[in-house]
Ligand binder design. Sequence first.
Ligand SMILES: [Zn+2]
Length: 100
Amino acid sequence: MSDYISREEAENRIDEALRRVFVEPVGKSILSKLPAAEVKHVVMGKWMLVDTEDGDRDDTLLMTWWCNRCGKEFKTAGRLDFDFCPKCGADMRERNNEHE
Ligand SMILES: [Zn+2]
């Protein structure tokens, strides 16, 4: 076997050696110092409007909405504008909040 290697092979071996010595340890070091993301599972919910035909007639000016996640009811004079359920924290955005 020859003791000689091509210039290209020598360059490739040097590049590989430098990559192993510097790039990988630096990359691992950087990654190990990055703060872990605090990922919170988002619970989506939906405001459901209690049908006033079903007996919620004690005050016809108020509409009764309930959270489909926790069941908590809220009375409002119109649309319920909470983006999150005050009781369970469910995310009520990105949904059509109309009664279905
Ligand atoms: Zn809720």
